[in-house]
Design a protein around this ligand. Structure first.
Ligand SMILES: NC(=O)C1=CN([C@@H]2O[C@H](COP(=O)(O)OP(=O)(O)OC[C@H]3O[C@@H](n4cnc5c(N)ncnc54)[C@H](O)[C@@H]3O)[C@@H](O)[C@H]2O)C=CC1
Ligand SMILES: [Mg+2]
Length: 336
C-alpha cells in the first residue's frame, strides 16, 4: 500500500500570508514580462559558467554561494566590455521574503578566468559543489542549473525546427510558427530503499564513483503508477518482489537531466531475499546491516586506502534523497 504522509513543510506554512504573497508575486513575474524585466533591475543573481555554478571560498576554508546584485553583474559585464543585454538571458528561480527576485544566469560565452577574478570566486562542477555547499544552497543552485540547461537544450521547436522564444522569467518557450508552448520538463524517477526488516539493500553501478553504494532507482515508464514502477524496478534490477512500499519524500535531481525523485521505503517478502542481478545496469548489490550503515553515515567523505581507492563503502552525500532514505531507515531501526 502506498501511504502519503501529509508532513511537508509547505503544507504547514502555506497559510502564512507572506508565503502566499511570495508565490503570487512569482506567479505574476512568470506571466508579465514587463514586471519581470523591472524585477530583474533590482534582483539578485547566481552565476554559472557552462552550467558550473560560481562558488566563493570563505575565510574558514569552506565554500558558499555568492549571491550577486544584478547591478554588480552589470558592472562586471561593463568591465569585460560586454553588453548588459546579456542579463536578459537570466531565468527567474525565486524571490526573497521582501520580494527581491532571484535569477540565475549562464555566462559561459565569457572568459572564465577573467570572470572568476572579478567575481572573487570559482566556477565549479555541480557534482563537486554537492560536497562543499550547505544543503539549502545546493537546492538553490540545482534549480537554477536545471532551468538554464533546459533553455540551452530546447531552443528549437520539435514540430517546425524554428527557433522558439522564451518569456522574460524563463518559465516557458513558444514557437511563433506552430503556436506550441514548451514548459520546463522533469522525468519522474522512483528511488527505493529496500529492507528485509533487519537489513537494507544497496547497490552500485559501474559509473558510480569508486566505493559508493546507493538505493535502487529507476525512471517511470509511460503509463505507469509510482507503485508499478517501484515493483518493476526492484524486480528488474535485483530480482526481488516488494511486499509493501511507503512514501517518504521527494527531491528535484538535476543530473544528468532534471528528474523528480520520488523516495520510498520498500519491504520484501520474508524469506525471499536472494539477490539476483540482471542485465548490465548494476555492478554489485548486497544487504547491509544496521551497524555497517551507521558507520557509512558517519563518514563525511570517502576514506582512501594506501593505493588511493576507497577503504570502505560510502553512501551519497547528505543532500541526495538516497542519503535521507538511508538515514531514515537507520533511525527507525533503533530501539525507542
Ligand atoms: N538523488 C539521489 O539520491 C539519486 C539519484 N539517482 C538518479 O536517478 C536516476 C535514475 O536512476 P537509474 O538507475 O539510472 O535509472 P534506470 O534504472 O531507469 O536505468 C537507466 C536507464 O533507463 C532508461 N531510461 C528510461 N527512461 C529514461 C529517461 N527519461 N531518461 C534517461 N534514461 C531513461 C535508459 O536506458 C537508461 O540507461 C539517475 O538519473 C540518477 O542520477 C540515482 C540514485 C540516487
Ligand atoms: Mg536503476
Amino acid at each position: 500500500m502506498l501511504r502519503l504522509p501529509f508532513r511537508s513543510h509547505l503544507l504547514r506554512t502555506c497559510h502564512y500570508s507572506s508565503y502566499v504573497s511570495k508565490m503570487r508575486y512569482l506567479m505574476r513575474l512568470k506571466e508579465d514580462d514587463e514586471a519581470c524585466q523591472k524585477a530583474l533591475q533590482s534582483g539578485t543573481i547566481l552565476l554559472y559558467h557552462k552550467l558550473a555554478p560560481l562558488l566563493r571560498r570563505t575565510e574558514m576554508g569552506t565554500y558558499e554561494l555568492p549571491v550577486l546584485q544584478v547591478l554588480d553583474v552589470s558592472e562586471i559585464l561593463n568591465k569585460l566590455g560586454k553588453d548588459k543585454q546579456l542579463l536578459n538571458n537570466s531565468v527567474l528561480t525565486g524571490c526573497s521574503d521582501s520580494h527581491v527576485a532571484q535569477f540565475s544566469l549562464d555566462v559561459g560565452s565569457l572568459e572564465q578566468a577573467a570572470l572568476e577574478e572579478l567575481c572573487v570566486g570559482v566556477f565549479m562542477d555541480l557534482r563537486k559543489a554537492f560536497f562543499l555547499l550547505k544543503n539549502s544552497d545546493v537546492s538553490l543552485v540545482t534549480r537554477g542549473q536545471a532551468l538554464l540547461r533546459w533553455h540551452q537544450n530546447h531552443r528549437y521547436c520539435s514540430a517546425t525546427g524554428q527557433l522558439t522564444e522564451r518569456n522574460q522569467a524563463g518559465s516557458q518557450r513558444v514557437c511563433n510558427s506552430s503556436g506550441i508552448t514548451y514548459y520546463p520538463q522533469m522525468a519522474p524517477v522512483v528511488i527505493v530503499l529496500v529492507s528485509d526488516g533487519k537489513r537494507c539493500l544497496l547497490a552500485r553501478q559501474s559509473s558510480f564513483p569508486q566505493g559508493m553504494y546507493s538505493a535502487l532507482a529507476g525512471f517511470c515508464d509511460m503509463g505507469e503508477t509510482v507503485q508499478e514502477t517501484l515493483q518493476r524496478e526492484v524486480a528488474e534490477e535485483v530480482g526481488l518482489e516488494l511486499e509493501s512500499v511507503r512514501y517518504s519524500g521527494s527531491q528535484h535531481w538535476p543530473l544528468p537531466q532534471s528528474s523528480l525523485m520520488i523516495g520510498c521505503h520498500g519491504l520484501v517478502r520474508p524469506g525471499s531475499t536472494q539477490i539476483n542481478l540482471s542485465g548490465s545496469e548494476l555492478e554489485h548489490a548486497r544487504w547491509f546491516t544496521l551497524q555497517e550503515i551507521q558507520e557509512a553515515l558517519q563518514r563525511k567523505r570517502p576514506s582512501r586506502n594506501s593505493k588511493g581507492g576507497p577503504s570502505a563503502f560510502w553512501v551519497p552525500p547528505s543532500y541526495a534523497i538516497a542519503n535521507q532514505l538511508i538515514q531514515e531507515w537507520a533511525s527507525q531501526q533503533l530501539p525507542l
